[in-house]
Each structure stands twice: as C-alpha cells, then as structure tokens.
Design a protein around this ligand. Structure first.
Ligand code: TMP
Length: 300
C-alpha cells in the first residue's frame, strides 16, 4: 500500500494498488477527453463533511420549512432512519423497504408542510454547506474539455442546483443533476416530486437510465442535448463517491476503464480496510478536491 501525504496537511490519500491505478490512468489518457465522463455523488463528496468544526448539511437538511413543526418531524425521521441506513445487520431487502419508507415520509412532509421555490433560495443562502476546495476549478476544467459531469444523488435536485448557483455563481453546460426533482405549481409551491424516488439503495437502477444519451431526457438542464455529451459513447469513467454504494453509480454503463475516487469522511478506523480495497484512490480527513483536479488535468 502506498500512502502519500498531500498538501502538507493532515489530509491523506491512500492508493491500494498503484500499478493498477497507473494502468487505468494510461488507458484513460489514450482515450482522451472525448471518451471520458465524470459521475459524482454530491453530499460529502463534492461538498465538505466538516465546516468550521460542525457537520456540513446535506441537501435534505438544508430545506427549512416555514412551520418549524415540519422541520422537527423530518429531523425525528432522520434520527430514526439514519442509523438504520448504516446498520450492517439489516438484510438488503429489508433495508430497501426502510429507505423507501423514509424517503416517502420525508417527501410527503415537504409537500404537506409547504415548500416554495423562494424558500429554497433562502434556505440555501443560510445553509452550512460548501464545496470542497478545488471543485469549481474541476468543473471548469471539465467544461473546457467538453467532459460531461453527472451529479448523482439521493438528495434533492432543486437544492443541489441552487447550491451550485449560489456557491459557484455560474452554471455549467456539461453538468447534469440526477436526483429527486420537485414540481412546483404556478404560485411556486411544491406540489409533487417528478418520477421515481431515488434513495440510497436504488441509485444503481437509475444508473441504467443515465446510460441513455442525455438528449433523451434532458428537459431540465439545457445544453446537454448536444451529441458530444452522449454518455453511452463515453466508456471511460472517473467516479467520485463517499459510500461503497456509490460505486454502483456506474452500473449499467458498459465502461472500459473506471477510476474510482473515494472520500472517507467519518469512522476512518472502522472503514479504512474496506474503502481502500473498494476505491482506486481514497482521500481521508475531508481532503480538498485538488488531488482530483490534478488527476483530471492529467487524464484530459
Ligand atoms: P446521497 O447524497 O449520498 O445520495 O444520499 C442522500 C443522503 O440523504 C442519505 O445519506 C440520507 C440523507 N437523508 C437525510 O439527511 N434526510 C432525509 O430526510 C432523507 C430522506 C435522507
């Protein structure tokens, strides 16, 4: 195992098999940017896990409803279901039912308790959420090179897009958010959610949809209808995630070479062995995105 200290800080990067990584890097470089796509999780991957000593908020926690009773109810659901999400003793089929239950109840509370588009903008403005250093530069580089980025999340698409707008101050024509998308009525009130719910355990199923050319279903994000972003033809993947389950985001894609980059944010001791085997490159201690930026520069 090769272990390199980057940035002179406590952040560390762990590469379990550097020969294999080197081979993958060479293969992707040969293919060039025209064959590459990036698939990234949002919470805890593109965003910082810790902000000023406190946990950064996820896209779900950012939403503040006007009636605090509904925020409390969602928080209670979080306290009940979140430990179950990470409980290794619950069989997968049972856990899937529990996650469907959690997402169903949360979405119902968001509709019942009222959420407006303006409310989302205000919630994001006040939220404790920040991109890892280097994320903006990474998205800019990938845009310049014409490499599509799929942000794939079991969170809330509208929040993720608002965070991009407010924290990065610009839009990217190569970025598409695949997540739970709100439908607002003519007065800007949340009415329903679009399509099938994406929760942590069915991200893989949705990966199959995204393998279709983007122009088949890109009504939400302009610019991605361009044939050059057609994902099926891009058989090299740079995948970024913070859960082992995030590796499933590329399922359904018939990829040639995939480099997976993991961020192990919490309980490092417990999960290091498993994460370092699962990801080609593993960042510890809430590292910046600068290492990935360097890698992407090399790959494109
Ligand atoms: P992801 O961003 O890694 O795809 O996962 C979404 C996270 O959202 C997941 O870890 C659970 C969390 N979550 C909440 O914090 N509050 C909620 O109400 C729900 C349904 C999920």
């Amino acid at each position: 195992m090769e272990q390199i200290v980057v940035n002179g800080s406590e952040s560390q990067v762990v590469v379990d098999d550097s020969n294999l990584l080197q081979k993958k890097i060479s293969a992707i470089r040969v293919g060039g940017p025209g064959k590459l796509q990036v698939i990234a999780d949002f919470d805890g991957t593109l965003t910082k896990y810790w902000i000023d000593g406190c946990r950064g908020q996820g896209s779900h926690n950012v939403v503040q409803q006007e009636d605090p009773e509904f925020n409390d109810k969602r928080q209670k659901l979080y306290e009940y279901y979140h430990p179950l999400e990470f409980d290794p003793t619950i069989p997968l089929d049972e856990k899937t039912k529990l996650m469907e239950e959690w997402w169903g109840k949360t979405h119902a509370l968001l509709i019942e308790g009222g959420v407006t588009y303006n409310g989302i903008q205000n919630s994001v403005a006040k939220a404790r959420i920040a991109f890892r250093d280097g994320v903006t530069e990474l998205l800019e580089l990938l845009e310049e090179k014409g490499v599509p980025v799929l942000i794939f999340s079991a969170g809330l698409a509208d929040i993720i897009e608002e965070v991009l707008k407010q924290k990065v101050h610009r839009s990217f024509k190569n970025v598409r958010v695949v997540s739970n998308r709100m439908v607002f009525d003519e007065n800007g009130h949340l009415q329903s959610f679009k399509g099938k719910t994406i929760h942590v355990l069915n991200k893989n199923e949705h990966a199959l949809d995204m393998a279709a050319p983007l122009h088949d279903h890109c009504d939400d994000v302009k610019g991605l209808g361009d044939e050059k972003y057609a994902l099926k033809k891009r058989t090299n993947v740079l995948l970024l995630g913070d859960h082992i389950g995030d590796l499933g985001m590329s399922n359904g894609l018939d990829y040639e070479t995939r480099i997976s980059v993991g961020f192990l944010n919490d309980r490092v001791e417990d999960s290091l062995e498993c994460y370092r085997k699962a990801f080609d490159i593993l960042y510890l201690n809430d590292a910046s995105m600068h290492g990935v930026l360097k890698l992407a520069t090399h790959l494109c």
